[in-house]
Each structure stands twice: as C-alpha cells, then as structure tokens.
Write a protein that binds this ligand. Structure first.
Ligand code: ATP
Ligand code: MG
Length: 312
C-alpha cells in the first residue's frame, strides 16, 4: 500500500519555480529521505504535503485520499514537525503537549496514555516538566516530535529533524525513528547530511533546484551514480614520483592528488594486497593505503557537477 503519492507537483513563488514537476511515491512503513542543498525545495514540498501551503498544480494522495481535496481527513493522518520547532519557551514540555492535544480535541485519558508511551519512547521523562526555554536543542526536538505524533498520525513528516544536533544525539534520534517505523509509522524526512540519508533511510530522493534528480535505495544510487571506488596510496614523500612511475609501468592509471596516488577500481579489496606487495618488493612500501567507496556525496557530485557540502 502506498502511504504517499505525489504527482507532477509544481510550485511557483511569484516568478520563482520552487518545485518543478516533482513526482514520487512512498510505501507504507518506509523511511523516505529528501536529500538536497539549501533552496532545493524540500521544505516547500513537505509543507504542501502537510497541507499548510498550496501547490500551483499537481496532485497528492495520502493513503489513497486526495490531500488537496480531503484536507480534514488527511490532516488526521499526517504529523508535521517543521524546520523550526514551534513550542512555547515559557511553558513546560508537558504544558506544550497538553496544548497540542487540545488542538486535536483529544480527551484527557487518551492524551495521558498516549503521552505515557511516547515519553518512554522518546526518552523525555526526565525533562518533560522543565520549561522548554531551558532545554537543549536535541531535547526540544524530541518534545517537538512528540507534539507532532501525539494524535497517532500514520505519516510523519520531519523537516531537517537533526539539524544542529551533535553526532551522538543524531544517532539517538535515528534509533527513535527506527522505533517509530517499527511501531507502524511511515516517515518522510529531509536532511542535507548525506550520511544520514544513507544510514537512516530506506529510500532517498535527491533534490536540486526544485527537481528530483535521482531516487532509490542508497546502495543502488551509489552503485549507479557513485562512480568507482578509489584507492589512495600515500608513499613516503621522497618516493612519490618513483612509486607513481612503478604503478604506471604495472599498467595502472594513477592520478596524483596532493601527496597521494589515486587509482580507480571496481574491486579494490582484491587489488590492494597485490599492489602493496608489488610496491614492497621494490622497497617502496607505502606509508598508508586507503580505500574510499562511493558515497551519496559522490552521487550528488556526479549528477550535478557540484559538491553537496559546498553548495550548502
Ligand atoms: N515563502 C516563500 N516565498 C518566496 N520564495 C520562497 C519561499 N519559501 C521558499 N522560497 C524559495 O523557494 C526555494 C525552495 O526553498 P525551500 O525552503 O523549499 O528549500 P529547502 O530545500 O527547504 O532549503 P533548506 O535546506 O535551506 O531548508 C528557494 O529558492 C527559496 O528561496
Ligand atoms: Mg528547508
């Protein structure tokens, strides 16, 4: 069953085409990532799906319902956590969540039992009675996520949920996402961290300039667009030229990058031991050898000609 079906979505802000015929589908139970640099159109796309912004044209179905027509029904199925979490700093986490629940007309006992589960899941029991203004970024994020799922949405939309979190907090957060998925949610999230898209998401759409330029499972994208693996050989500096000559004589095409020699290869783990023994036999044993397999960063670079991290 499809959780989400977006077809030919176009959004103009005046003259600016923020979304250019975006189409994709998300399966029930998937963690689906939108990866792209600033201005790619991620927030615009998520806000339109969440029903808080109108598209210029196109269609959206959420669990088979027309999201642009059956707004009220669809809003019950969706939980949206915006890029800037909207919580009242002067209220405690608990008070914020009570307020959110009142917007959904939840009765007290449903709220309490739901909150009990979620507070456990999101590990906020120790902080929920503190004023939100005194919490850390990651703690606020967790309260914000609870606010967006307190009504048990089937599709959870998270706009850059881990921005500003340190690597450890980010990993904690991934575990929460996996738990939410295991409890039956479908998750659409955006990120501009390529390793997050790679490790957290089942499938990823890479966006640039309002378009989806590639879509698929991270491993498939890397295989298809990531290019070959690179072997980086770091000879002793004074042997750099000699080693380069040797490798070329052995039939490898090398590229010199600063003080390393780079060979591109499909099966690096088989070649590396062989290369090392060839070099060692001639007294040119390298200081260090690294294998670098393609990342989503390479995918983005190969598809756009621009590095993802530099354009952000
Ligand atoms: N309310 C708005 N009015 C006019 N232009 C807008 C508006 N919101 C976004 N844009 C423009 O639309 C484009 C897409 O913006 P959007 O915020 O959707 O990108 P994004 O991928 O979420 O970027 P980021 O990673 O910075 O959050 C950008 O060029 C942006 O300047
Ligand atoms: Mg955004």
């Amino acid at each position: 069953m499809l959780a989400l079906e977006v077809k030919d979505l176009v959004k103009f802000y005046g003259e600016l085409k923020a979304l250019d015929s975006v189409s994709f589908q998300v399966e029930n139970g998937e963690i689906f990532g939108l990866l792209g640099p600033n201005g790619a159109g991620k927030t615009t796309l998520m806000e339109i799906i969440a029903g808080i912004r109108n598209p210029t044209s196109g269609t959206i179905k959420v669990f088979g319902l027309d999201a642009l027509k059956d707004r009220k029904e669809v809003s019950k199925l969706i939980g949206f956590n915006p890029q800037e979490t909207m919580l009242y700093d002067d209220l405690t986490g608990m008070e914020n969540l009570e307020f959110t629940a009142s917007l959904y007309n939840m009765d007290r006992s449903t709220f309490k039992s739901r909150l009990d589960d979620l507070a456990d899941l999101m590990d906020v029991k120790g902080i929920i009675k503190k004023r939100v203004g005194k919490l850390s970024g990651g703690q606020k994020r967790r309260i914000g996520i609870i606010a967006s799922i307190i009504h048990e949405p089937r599709l959870l939309i998270l706009d850059e949920p881990t921005v500003g979190l340190d690597p450890e907090a980010r990993r904690d957060f991934w575990r929460i996402i996996w738990k939410l998925r295991d409890s039956g949610s479908t998750i659409l999230l955006s990120t501009h961290y390529m390793e997050e898209a790679d490790e957290l998401c089942d499938r990823v759409a890479i966006m640039e300039g309002g378009r989806i330029i590639a879509i698929g499972r991270p491993d498939d994208l890397k295989r298809k667009y990531g290019g070959r693996a690179k072997i980086l050989i770091y000879p002793k500096l004074k042997l750099l030229s000699d080693t380069d000559r040797l490798l070329r004589n052995l039939g490898y095409s090398t590229k010199r990058i600063v003080d390393s020699l780079v060979i591109e290869e499909d099966e690096p783990s088989e070649l590396v031991p062989h290369l090392i023994s060839e070099m060692s036999e001639r007294g040119m044993r390298p200081e260090r050898v690294e294998i670098r397999t393609p990342t989503l960063e390479d995918v983005f670079l190969n598809l756009t000609g621009k590095p993802l991290s530099e354009v952000m």
